[in-house]
Write a protein that binds this ligand. Structure first.
Ligand SMILES: N[C@@H](CCC(=O)N[C@@H](CS)C(=O)NCC(=O)O)C(=O)O
Length: 205
């Protein structure tokens, strides 16, 4: 049985859990606690030396990095709809997956971590830079959705799971972009039953 190391508050874990639920891939869901520093334990660091969730184990294969796990699952289970082979679509999926990691992830973390999870650190500078970045990033996402139901066309892919998981995270800080294209797209993604299971309001903390 696959082992999936997760935490319900993690946007990166959420996207992988969504795919596992959507496809119905049997797995053992293992919660890695942040509050009790379980994520820093030697036992967990042997699985993921970055002390981050998610991590995934399939027999002898041990993977960290959420998008790598998504791609792995698509290859393993031949999920061509979720990771299309058609070059034009594949290019868009890769673009948004990388954009999510390289551009979106840090501002989302700056906003949510310091506003919601660690306000005691009073890192106003990080919060401010996160909001400033989102002013630039939200229109880029909105333009990418113009005339389309999903990021790579009219059916959802792992790019939608990845990017939407970060937008869901922003909602913790009441900082989700207010934009017609993004809101309509979020409604579409969040109505996928496997995604609903991963929404913060549907999980115990
Ligand atoms: N690039 C990584 C980021 C994972 C990540 O930042 N996970 C956060 C939770 S959302 C975490 O575990 N943070 C604990 C830490 O960095 O020590 C991925 O996509 O999997």
């Amino acid at each position: 049985m696959h082992k999936f190391y997760s935490n319900p508050m993690s946007q990166h874990a959420r996207r992988v859990r969504a795919l596992l639920e959507i496809i119905g891939i049997p797995h053992e869901l293992i919660n890695v606690g942040f509050e009790d520093d379980e994520y820093m334990s030697d036992a967990y660091m042997a699985i993921n030396p970055n002390h981050q969730v998610p991590s995934f184990i399939d027999g002898d294969i041990k993977i960290f990095e959420s998008n790598a796990i998504l791609r792995y699952l698509c290859h393993k289970y031949e999920l061509d709809d979720w990771y299309p082979n058609l070059l034009e679509k594949r290019a868009l999926v890769e673009q948004w997956l990388d954009w999510g990691q390289c551009r979106l992830a840090q501002p989302v973390m700056n906003i949510v971590l310091y506003t919601v999870f660690m306000p005691q650190l009073n890192n106003q500078e990080a919060i401010k830079s996160g909001h400033a970045a989102m002013k630039e990033l939200a229109p880029i996402l909105s333009a990418g959705l113009e005339g389309k139901d999903f990021l790579a066309g009219n059916t959802p892919t792992i790019a939608d799971l990845a990017i939407s998981s970060s937008i869901i995270q922003l909602a913790f800080a009441d900082a989700a972009p207010v934009d017609r294209n993004i809101n309509n797209w979020m409604d579409r993604v969040c109505s996928i039953p496997g995604v609903q299971v991963t929404l913060p309001q549907n999980q115990a903390a």
